[in-house]
Design a protein around this ligand. Structure first.
Ligand SMILES: *Cc1c(COP(=O)(O)O)cnc(C)c1O
Length: 376
């Protein structure tokens, strides 16, 4: 059996080495390192793949979120509702822009922002909702967009973990996540589902005016060279990373499928186990792209299980060990522990198993039997 990796970047690279190396070489040959043809090609191809009118590449997923919020002209003190159970980048940029983060509880089944909790958190100062499609499962966008319409709020999708997932509306129609809200962000961090070989990110929107504004913000607020109309940032996807991404994009659906196939094997092995809750897929199978495969361990020693797996050479991780409302940087006197029953419980129960495109059957079998051995 090959050594098990949490994310197998090497194994994936080896299968596409020739095309990726040639694409990188082409950038080197043209020396067009910034805003080169590779960036424009990738942008157009990603727009076509997503069915999004505009993709604005930028330096990373955290910048993408920040720039999206800057583009919406949110003002200091405006309240922005987001999930208490996610990677800190989401709340970080809200705080950085002097907006007021309002963390709310999540749904135990999907790990995604709770619709009821959003409704309860809305005040006259609320200006936006930031759903995160956590671990690759599309959030309940129909309900979120309905709330947003009723209260005149912006929806910014944090799509760092779910690129390629199809949200399925209650009536059955499907739409790629990241194209449903007013604007969305994604990350091309190497371990993300569409990862480059360094840092990268992008903003998506179907709004022409907003797209124009965002293109200026990523480039020092310039719309005409050396005319700075708004305060911007410097946030670019470089051509080498774009070339890598453009060679990987045609494989994204296949990669999502490989992740789902591994998830299915895991879930079959753990089905009906009294101590294990396997991830739930809401909608058709393509509504989940399994950025992470995360179990909930109940009435058993989660940390002991983690140590048992690590001792056997099986990498695993706790995403996320501490709820955001409990982090020093994001504590707020308005939060009460009773407001976060689900995130508090999830932080104690979750464990994420190895998940990537190169998992082999004997590895999955070893991982599942090792989990079951500990919990038996
Ligand atoms: C990875 C991630 C980000 C940040 O992306 P970077 O490219 O690392 O800046 C933001 N939000 C979520 C949910 C993420 O998983």
């Amino acid at each position: 059996m090959k050594k098990i990796q949490m994310v197998d970047l090497k194994g994936q690279y080896e299968k596409i080495k020739d095309t990726v190396d040639a694409a990188i070489q082409q950038v080197l040959d043209t020396t067009s390192y910034i805003n080169g043809p590779a960036v424009h090609a990738f942008q157009a191809n990603l727009e076509a793949y997503l069915g999004a009118k505009h993709v604005i590449p930028c330096a990373n997923g955290t910048d993408a979120l920040q720039i999206a919020m800057m583009g919406l002209d949110l003002q200091p003190g405006d309240e922005v509702i987001t999930a208490d159970f996610t990677f800190a980048a989401t709340v970080e940029v809200i705080a950085l822009l002097k907006l007021t983060p309002v963390l709310v509880d999540v749904d135990a089944d999907t790990f995604n922002i709770s619709i009821e909790a959003i409704k309860k958190a809305i005040t006259p100062k609320t200006k936006a909702i930031v759903p995160v499609h956590l671990f690759g499962q599309a959030a309940d966008m129909d309900a979120i967009m309905t709330i947003a319409r009723e209260h005149d709020l912006y929806v910014i999708e944090d799509n760092a973990q779910a690129i390629g997932a199809n949200y399925q509306y209650p009536h059955g129609m499907k739409q790629k996540v990241g194209t449903i809200g007013h604007v969305a962000s994604t990350s091309f961090f190497p371990s993300k589902n569409l990862g480059c070989y360094g840092d990268g990110g992008a903003i998506f929107t179907n709004d022409d005016e907003l797209a124009h504004k965002l293109r200026g913000i990523v480039n020092h607020g310039m719309y005409v060279r050396y005319h700075h109309d708004v305060v911007g940032v410097n946030s670019r996807l470089d051509s080498v990373q774009a070339a890598v991404l453009d060679t990987k994009l045609p494989k994204l659906d296949e990669y999502c499928q490989a992740r789902r196939a591994a998830a299915t094997k895991y879930s079959e092995a753990f089905a009906n186990h009294p101590n294990i809750i396997t991830p739930r897929i809401v909608g058709d199978t393509d509504s989940h792209v399994f950025h992470q495969y995360t179990l909930r361990i109940q009435n058993a020693d989660r940390d002991g299980l983690m140590q048992h797996l690590l001792d056997k050479g099986i990498p695993c991780a706790i995403y996320y060990p501490i709820a955001l409302h409990a982090q020093k940087a994001y504590a707020d006197a308005r939060y009460k522990e009773e407001d976060f029953p689900v995130t508090n419980q999830l932080c104690k129960e979750v464990i994420s198993l190895p998940m990537h495109t190169e998992l082999e059957d004997d590895q999955i079998e070893f991982i599942t039997s090792s989990v079951l051995e500990y919990l038996s």
